[in-house]
Write a protein that binds this ligand. Structure first.
Ligand code: DAT
Length: 172
């Protein structure tokens, strides 16, 4: 039984997953597992998609690469997908959401290829990641938070911090 919870921070690229995870890791001493980084560092991929400018992820390899860390608890899993992580690993799923104009500006600043930019905007508007989280985990552990401004981010971090404290009180 883990003594610290595992939290997935998910959402469309550009919503603020990394920014939230870095702040939460610093504030709460949780381990930030940046899946993009793991995929690159541990070769959990089947090559690079030039059109989308992204790695084609080998999910089995990825799960093997992070399993030991996650089983210890206290991990923030940062990725734009969540349905591959076993339910038994996960205590909370935070789906970050952002207005499409804000998302457009953030992705444009990253110089995303047009096809990738449009696909991500569509995905955010269609609530694809929120639906994926709701389809994959129990409703009571999935929360949707907005991440348009720094103030909202501060509020989100406070809220997750309070949740973690309560989880620890309930489970230890
Ligand atoms: P992700 O990891 O989801 O791709 P990110 O954390 O790299 O997103 O953030 C993308 C950009 O947006 C980055 O320049 C920081 C900025 N940003 C993220 N969340 C924000 C927020 N709540 N308020 C203002 N800027 C934010």
């Amino acid at each position: 039984m883990r003594q610290s919870p595992n939290i997935i921070i998910t959402g469309t690229p550009g919503v603020g997953k990394t920014t939230h995870c870095e702040s939460l890791a610093e504030r709460l001493g949780l381990r930030h597992i940046s899946v993009n980084q793991v995929v690159k560092d541990k070769d959990c991929h089947e090559g690079f998609d030039e059109e989308y400018q992204s790695w084609i992820v080998d999910e089995d390899k990825l799960l093997d690469a992070i399993e030991d860390d996650v089983k210890q608890g206290g991990c923030l899993i940062d990725w734009h997908a969540c349905d591959l992580f076993p339910k038994s690993w996960v205590d909370l799923v935070v789906v970050l959401r952002v207005d499409s104009t804000t998302l457009y500006d953030r992705l444009k600043a990253r110089n995303y290829p047009e096809i990738k930019l449009q696909e991500n905007l569509d995905s955010e508007i269609m609530e694809v990641l929120l639906q994926e989280a709701r389809d994959s985990y129990d409703a009571e552990i999935v929360i949707e938070l907005t991440s348009n401004t720094s103030d909202e981010m501060e509020t989100n971090v406070d809220r997750v911090e309070a949740w973690v404290k309560q989880w620890k009180a309930d489970n230890n």
